[in-house]
Design a protein around this ligand. Structure first.
Ligand SMILES: NC(=O)c1ccc[n+]([C@@H]2O[C@H](COP(=O)([O-])OP(=O)(O)OC[C@H]3O[C@@H](n4cnc5c(N)ncnc54)[C@H](O)[C@@H]3O)[C@@H](O)[C@H]2O)c1
Length: 452
């Protein structure tokens, strides 16, 4: 089948490459000329495991086309996917200007009937907005043309986006049109072989399903972080509690890791957007507001430990001039995405207190450089070991695999004072204690209390 994607970011590029790999012909349209030029040269703008080979292979086979020419995209296919960004507006609601811009583009160039598929995460009612946008433009141009707008939200996870698209848990199709449903079923048939994954529903329910899923996951994280803070207060170990509750199949082990907060391009903005939606309807979503504020507080947690350890309350200058080694910058492992990353909150608090940072991340250093530019209080180091050199303490913000079994002797000998602030609970407090390293981790009351 022939398909066009508008918006060649994390979602658009991965989904386009995976559909092409299944045999479909995909035209990828983006307004970012530099991105498109690079993609044509085989340079992939984001880090995602397996993506480079997939894009290059399908581009070389001619199943992927990259262009900035939107008219070419409209003419290329009857199936038109919108996968542009929906960033938070000033008030936190989803900004639909990119989505509506694509709708306008399609309306101004279409000369045959189209199925327009919203893959971007958009508030309930957006399909109706896209429909009326296109209808009003077509009325002036060619009212005989028809189209339908389908909601097909994306559930891929950054870090395993290719695998998620190749083997989706579910494929949500929001449509009231049986014709559109049939076409969507045909498109996704290669991904629907070992069991029925397609769930068809009305458009509004499909739009809400995406927000409900992300808000549920964010709730699990904030709930666990709340419990971690309680554990700290009462002298319990949240890791023991995690095992204790995860073994209940009604709760499960997934997404109950305590840590220094959730980040990324989805959870923070989607929780916020749903809060704005409910507020605008006069319904206060108390749970979502709590999820957001717990997360906001949790992102300050590592700095809280640092403040306690160095007694910043007694001497606000206590860490001025000190150097912190920082392992992990991306908001989670296996991605270079720094959007809303907890590391950014920590970096900014350390800088404000006059400290310097020597940071290492396996993939997100270029992105960090792009965001912060050259600063005297930030040095990006080539390896995790290099980040330790002459540092005063070590902080971990992201649980990359290659941080799991570090050389503790080396950490101890490199740091001015053997102290580790771990935002991801990567190690056993007892082992670190035996090794003579002071260890602060999230929600393990005993280890934290012992240092006070
Ligand atoms: N990143 C994720 O993990 C993820 C997962 C599921 C859903 N989503 C949702 O998918 C959508 C896209 O997210 P993303 O992370 O891929 O965004 P992104 O910022 O990585 O990419 C968006 C792309 O759209 C392009 N664009 C903007 N206006 C355009 C236009 N008029 N025509 C063509 N291209 C245009 C931009 O240049 C950019 O390359 C968002 O709504 C997001 O919430 C993201």
């Amino acid at each position: 089948m022939k398909v066009t994607f508008y918006g060649i970011g994390y979602v658009g590029l991965v989904q386009a490459a995976v559909l092409a790999d299944a045999g479909h012909d995909v035209c990828c349209v983006d307004v970012d000329q530099e991105k498109i030029d690079k993609l044509k040269e085989g340079v992939i703008p984001i880090y995602e495991p397996g993506l480079t080979a997939l894009v290059q292979e399908n581009y070389n086979q001619g199943r992927l086309i990259f262009t900035t020419d939107a008219k070419q995209g409209v003419e290329f296919a009857d199936l038109q996917f919108i996968a542009v960004g929906t960033p938070p507006d000033e008030d936190g609601s989803a900004d639909l200007k990119y989505v509506l811009k694509v709708a306008e583009t399609i309306a101004s160039h279409m000369t045959s009937n189209k199925i327009i598929i919203n893959k971007s995460t958009v508030p309930v009612g957006t399909a109706d907005k896209v429909t009326s946008h296109i209808t009003s433009r077509l009325e002036a141009r060619d009212p005989r043309l028809s189209f339908s707008v389908v909601s097909n939200p994306e559930f891929l996870k950054e870090g395993s986006a290719v695998a998620d698209c190749q083997k989706p848990d579910r494929i949500i199709i929001g449509t009231e049109s049986s014709e559109a449903e049939e076409v969507m079923r045909e498109l996704y048939a290669p991904f629907n072989r070992n069991r029925e994954k397609i769930i068809v529903m009305d458009v509004r329910s499909a739009e809400l399903t995406k927000y409900a899923a992300n808000c549920m996951l964010a709730t699990k994280i904030s709930f666990m972080n709340e419990m971690a803070n309680v554990a700290e207060q009462v002298g319990a170990d949240i890791e023991a509690v995690r095992h204790g509750i995860g073994s209940d199949p009604r709760i499960g082990y997934q997404f109950i890791y305590p840590g220094c907060g959730y980040g990324g391009s989805c959870f923070p903005k989607d929780v916020q957007a749903l809060i704005r939606t409910t507020d605008s309807l006069g319904y206060e979503s108390q749970i979502l507001k709590a999820v957001e504020s717990v997360n906001y507080r949790q992102k300050n947690k590592l700095f809280e430990y640092i403040s306690k350890h160095y007694q910043l309350d007694k001497n606000p200058q206590a860490i001025a001039g000190k150097t912190f080694a920082l392992w992990g910058l991306s908001f989670k492992p296996n991605t270079d995405d720094m959007r809303e990353a907890p590391s950014r909150v920590l970096l900014e608090l350390l800088w404000k207190a006059g400290a310097k940072v020597q940071a290492f991340d396996p993939e997100a250093m270029e992105e960090t450089q792009r965001i912060y530019g050259n600063r005297v209080d930030l040095t990006l180091m080539g390896t995790k070991e290099a980040a330790l050199a002459n540092a005063d303490a070590l902080v971990i913000c992201t649980e990359w695999k290659n941080f799991r079994a570090p050389d503790f002797e080396n950490i101890k000998s490199e740091l001015a004072e053997p102290v580790l602030f771990d935002g991801r609970n990567m190690f056993e407090p007892k082992i670190l204690e035996e090794k003579g390293i002071q260890y602060f981790s999230i929600g393990r009351g005993l280890s934290v209390k012992g240092k006070e």
